[in-house]
Design a protein around this ligand. Structure first.
Ligand code: CDV
Length: 318
């Protein structure tokens, strides 16, 4: 990395979480989150980034027949009464917060369920919200699988697309877990001039659909984070819920990635852990104005299939 003349430093804390039990109370989880927020503020961070579904166990691993238990994993509002201690602590300490959670939303009188995240600034104002677009896994349980991955059953596809917002002295966007594997998602943020992408995740180390991929989970996670950051000239934070949660091993490997694609900070454990880095947002400009000067070098007329086709089709004809 090279330094720039007019630095725009932002100290970011990626707050990795260890496992959360199926019956762990919200109060107990909130105590862990507040401890991480306090440690991040003590470390001088302006922003603390918490993972996907940070308030609960990763419940899409189960077929949950009891509607009361299923609904119990969801929040009607974040910030809201259930999470107030977290946001009170953050506002008192003057630190921004990103957190992923299961959202129950009432839209035109109908109840909807999303896998969501919210970004709150240092004064407690909501900057933006995001509803996960790429939902992996199944709608129906997979016979014989040790663990299910039922995100398609638990959630609806996010309805807001990919957004970036002016925040914290830069331009900040959000993705959630599986989104990080899709270059289209990154590029839509890149085309909004994004300078910091926040990605929470719960990534199982075993894929029942393709166990042959298991050996590559960590490498593939790093590959997409580093490529996404570099190709879109942005800082990127990937923050895990890791460790063995209810018997299922989840990838830890929380990372902070520079616009060069370099990993500048990473977790050492599989538990609750802070990963801090000073991100000079100005550094994005050295890539945005050269190799990834989109206005100078992109050729959108050649990219039509990206939006015309969902799945792969036959080679184009002359
Ligand atoms: N929570 C996720 O989206 N997990 C997926 C797994 C299931 C592949 C991921 O992309 O990490």
């Amino acid at each position: 990395m090279s330094s720039t003349a007019r630095a725009r430093p932002l100290r970011v804390a990626a707050a990795q979480l260890g496992p959360i039990g199926r019956h762990e109370s919200r109060a107990a989880v909130l105590r862990r989150l507040v401890a991480l927020v306090e440690a991040a503020a003590a470390g001088g961070a302006a922003l603390v980034v918490l993972p996907e579904l940070a308030l609960t166990s990763f419940f899409p691993r189960w077929v949950i027949d009891d509607p009361a238990e299923f609904e119990g994993f969801f929040e009607d509002a974040v910030p809201g009464p259930g999470t107030q201690p977290l946001f009170d602590a953050a506002r008192r300490l003057g630190i921004g917060v990103h957190i992923g959670y299961a959202e129950r939303a009432v839209i035109d009188g109908a109840v909807h369920h999303f896998n969501s995240s919210v970004l709150v600034d240092r004064s407690g104002e909501v900057i933006g919200r995001y509803r996960k677009v790429h939902l992996p896994g199944d709608r129906e349980p997979r016979a014989g699988a040790a663990f299910q991955h039922l995100e398609k059953r638990c959630f609806e596809t996010g309805d807001g697309g990919f957004r970036a917002w002016p925040a914290l002295g830069g331009i900040v966007g959000m993705l959630i877990c599986n989104d990080r594997r899709w270059p289209e998602a990154w590029r839509v943020l890149g085309l909004q001039g994004v300078e910091l992408v926040l990605v929470g995740y719960n990534t199982p180390l075993h894929n029942p659909e393709a166990p042959g991929h298991d050996a590559h989970v960590k490498a593939q996670h790093r590959l997409v984070m580093q490529a996404g950051a570099y190709q879109n000239a942005t800082w990127a934070v990937a923050v895990a819920k890791g460790g063995t949660e209810e018997g299922q091993a989840l990838l830890a490997d929380t990372l902070i990635v520079a616009p060069s694609g370099e990993i500048v900070a990473e977790s050492r454990t599989e538990g609750d852990e802070l990963v801090l880095a000073d991100c000079d947002l100005e550094l994005t400009g050295t890539y945005k104005s050269t190799i990834f000067d989109f206005a100078a070098h992109r050729e959108p007329r050649a990219y039509g299939l990206i939006v015309e086709r969902r799945g792969a089709g036959p080679p184009l004809q002359d």
